[in-house]
Structures are given as C-alpha cells and as structure tokens.
Design a protein around this ligand. Structure first.
Ligand SMILES: [Zn+2]
Length: 239
C-alpha cells in the first residue's frame, strides 16, 4: 500500500492548533538529553534491526493506561513486532481508544507501558473523523530539506509544552497491524510532526530532549512536578 497525503490547508492547521498542547512530549538536564538535532535517530536506523523481537502474543493489561514521565518504560528499548497475531491488532485498537479518550492525536506503545515498535495516530484526533494510522516497525527513509518549529505537547507530560523543530515532510516505511508493508509520504507538516514525535518515542527520545534551553526553562516547574509525583521506582529513572 502506498499513501500520499497532500498538504493541508491553513484552515485545517489552524483548527488543530488547540489540540497541539496534547500531542505527545518530558525535563532532563542538558547533558543527559539524547539528541539536539531533528535528524537524530533517523536514516538507516540500525537500532531497529538490532532490536530484539517482541514475544508473541504481545502481553498487556486492559484497560491500558498512560505512563507519565519519568516512567522508565518511556526510555526502554522497544522490540520489533515479528508475528502479527491478534494481540497486535487488539493493542492497536486499544491504543487508539486511549488516544481519543485523552484528546490526543498520536500515541506510541511505550506510552502505555508496552515496549514494542507500534504507534497509532489520527491528525484529526476524533473518532469517525480523519484517517487512522497504525504503524509497526517504522523507518524513516527520506526527509525533506525544510524544518519547522511548532508547539507540541505529550500525553506522557501533562502541563508541559514547547516548540520542537521537525522536518516538514518525511517518507516512511512500516508495516500495518496485519504485517503488510506500508509506504507513507507525509507532506503535511502537522502529519509529519505527529509521526516524528511518535517515532521518537519508539527510539526512547522524548520531546523535551529536542527543546531549546528557553523552552526547557519555561517547563522546569512542570517537569519537576512530574518527577516529584512519579510513584515508580525512582532509582531506575534515568533523568
Ligand atoms: Zn509523546
């Protein structure tokens, strides 16, 4: 399957602006941030080939719930999906439900504590509207030349938002929930941005890793609040 998405009108983008505060995003000292370039993690992506295979069926508990920063599962290795059984399709469906219920436009499996290479998104963010995407084992095969800053939020980072630089267009190869090959040419900057945000999650990269210092500074209190409220094993949290 090959899908090409045309550039959306300004009106569509403007309508979506209000949702951007909920689009996926996390604070870490500068020295420990994983990357500062929008290109980091893209390209041949040797990490995917090196990633271990996910078990089959994929185990998860329903209902799914969102992992909040600094949950260590947001930084863990995400395993390749190699067997496309019913558990893959059920996980995709349940992730889509969580995404809609939380007013998001995209969600990556590690955000619900399932460390496998799967993301779901719908640029409209509403059931019955827009196009739903389920991408497994995605790779970025080409990027455009233009990069743009725009505001993002993240369901794993309530209260945190800031500008992040992303490629305005991107070409992606992946598999759908049945294991069929998918090629997407994302020419809509909003759609390309959503994909890149979720792709980063699959690489263990969080949106505040890519924020400039001024945005990190603005979000310091919100990030520290998340760390303070985190109930997990703080000894294992890599800030
Ligand atoms: Zn996110």
């Amino acid at each position: 399957m090959s899908v090409s998405i045309a550039t959306a009108s300004c009106g569509v983008c403007a309508r979506l602006t209000g949702r951007r505060t909920r689009l996926a995003l996390s604070l870490v000292p500068q020295a420990t941030r994983r990357s500062s370039s929008p290109a980091a993690g893209f390209g041949a992506r040797p990490s995917l080939d090196a990633a271990p295979a996910a078990p089959s069926p994929i185990a998860f508990e329903s209902p799914l719930s969102i992992c909040l920063y600094p949950d260590p599962r947001l930084r863990a290795v995400n395993k390749r999906i190699v067997k496309f059984d019913e558990s893959v399709r059920r996980l995709a469906e349940e992730m889509m439900e969580v995404m809609y219920d939380d007013d998001g436009v995209g969600l990556a499996a590690p955000q619900v504590g399932v460390n496998v290479q799967m993301m779901v998104f719908n640029p409209e963010g509403e059931r019955g509207r827009g196009t739903e995407y389920v991408l497994c084992n995605p790779r970025v095969v080409k990027t455009g030349k233009n990069r743009e800053f725009d505001e993002e939020g993240c369901l794993s980072f309530p209260g945190v938002r800031g500008d992040v630089e992303r490629y305005a267009a991107i070409r992606v190869e992946a598999q759908d929930e049945r294991g069929d090959a998918v090629t997407l040419t994302l020419k809509d900057p909003w759609l390309a941005r959503i994909f890149q945000h979720e792709f980063d999650h699959l690489e263990g990269v969080l949106f505040h890793d890519r924020m400039e210092e001024k945005w990190l500074a603005k979000n310091t209190d919100a990030l520290e609040k998340l760390v303070d409220e985190y109930q997990g094993d703080k000894q294992k949290v890599a800030l």
